[in-house]
Ligand binder design. Structure first.
Ligand code: GLA
Length: 390
């Protein structure tokens, strides 16, 4: 990366590199902004940002993937407005850093990412967190404050009212572990997964235009559900507080769609706990069953799946060695995650690719998920992957 940086900016004097991973969520979907539970894993797919001071007052960002260079006077960053462009994420982060009292020094940045964009593996959070670290350039910031700052960048600048999961796991990921996050207390515990299974993400290669607006709609429907439930249970502050029994007792008073949205969130929250317990007992069959229940709930009650995701899940479930499969992330495209036996991975990849190609004339990317460490500075430049062709 040093050679590439030098080629681009003329000098790599004082260059440092920061990394932030993407994620795959095993279970607990659309529960984070309802202050419930999620169980993501940080991936070895990550965004790497090389940075060095610039002498001319500019902040420059170069994306290898886009092959695009953008620059601003570092002093003007606070006044920029969203452009519906990939730079909204880093600029949004710069503005939140300024707001938090961290001046942004002029610098040249080179962005390299192995997280496929639009794949539902959280390329935006990886970009936000790696940008924050690069712009901080070693100035300390509490890890939770870092995750929350990046979430605010997404709210205030990219204008997506996302939960905390993606930024949190990018900061707090751990090798060989999933991380159970309590999205109300913002605490977490590491969950060691049974040894004889692997998780594989399969990318539909589509991202339907609906994704952003439908996400906002779901957030609003959950708020409507809380308001309705409060009529009978005033102590309820979020769907996190609602038991399945409570929900059933008020469901008939809610608009039908709102009741279904709430049912997804309430049952999904329960599934996260059951999944973690099943994992501790090594009950692989139950883990798989919970993944499938999660998918069906997202498909029918929450309605954030799409035909491509359903096709991948149904295809996976018919393959030998598979325990369970579901969509992962926000939905409307992106990836599925499938839990299977390690020896079945190769055949699984081949069969999935063949079936998807036949149905959609597209080859899906297939990633074996390796639970990896959270964000930080990269000391050993040899550990940085080579540039990915755009
Ligand atoms: C997106 C959001 C997350 C979360 C998931 C759905 O990835 O960024 O906060 O809500 O969707 O679980």
């Amino acid at each position: 990366m040093k050679t590439d940086f030098r080629k681009l900016y003329g000098s790599a004097e004082g260059m440092r590199v920061f990394r932030a991973p993407g994620r795959v969520n095993l279970i607990g979907e659309h529960t984070d902004y309802n202050l419930g539970f999620v169980l993501p894993v940080a991936l070895d797919l990550a965004t790497y940002i090389a940075t060095a001071p610039s002498a001319d007052g500019k902040l420059r960002l170069y994306s290898e993937f886009r092959q695009e260079l953008r620059e601003w006077n570092a002093a003007d960053l606070g006044a920029l407005t969203p452009q519906r462009h990939w730079t909204d994420y880093p600029v949004g982060v710069a503005q939140e850093l300024l707001r938090a009292g961290f001046p942004i020094a002029p610098a040249n940045l080179l962005i390299r990412s192995t997280v496929p964009e639009g794949s539902g593996l959280s390329s935006s959070a990886a970009l936000e967190v790696s940008t924050a670290l690069a712009l901080l350039a070693g100035r300390p910031l509490d890890p939770l404050a870092l995750a929350r700052l990046c979430q605010r960048a997404e709210h205030n600048f990219a204008r997506i009212p996302c939960g905390i999961m993606d930024q949190y796991i990018s900061v707090f990921g751990r090798e060989h572990s999933a991380v159970e996050i309590d999205c109300r207390s913002l605490g977490h515990r590491f969950v060691e997964l049974p040894p004889d299974i692997v998780f594989v993400a399969v990318n539909t290669m589509v991202k339907h235009a609906l994704a952003g607006s439908a996400y906002k709609e779901r957030v609003a429907e959950c708020a409507a559900a809380v308001a309705g439930i409060q009529q009978k249970f005033p102590e309820v502050a979020s769907l996190r507080d609602v038991s399945p029994e409570q929900l059933e007792s008020v469901a008939h008073t809610l608009p039908e769609v709102v009741a279904r949205r709430a049912r997804h969130v309430v049952t999904e929250d329960a599934r996260v706990g059951q999944y973690v317990e099943a994992s501790a007992r090594g009950d692989l069959a139950l883990m798989g069953k919970l993944l499938v229940e999660s998918h069906r709930s997202l498909q029918h009650d929450y309605e954030v799946s799409c035909p491509e995701l359903d096709f991948l899940v149904d295809t996976a479930l018919a393959i030998d060695g598979v325990f369970g499969s579901r969509m992962t992330g926000g939905g409307f495209g992106g990836c599925t995650v499938t839990m299977l036996r390690p020896h079945a991975v190769e055949r699984f990849g081949e069969e999935m690719a063949r079936a998807y190609q036949r149905q959609y004339q597209t080859s899906p990317q297939v990633y074996v998920c390796r639970p990896s460490a959270g964000a930080g500075e990269v000391g050993d430049f040899a550990a940085i992957p080579a540039a990915i062709a755009p």
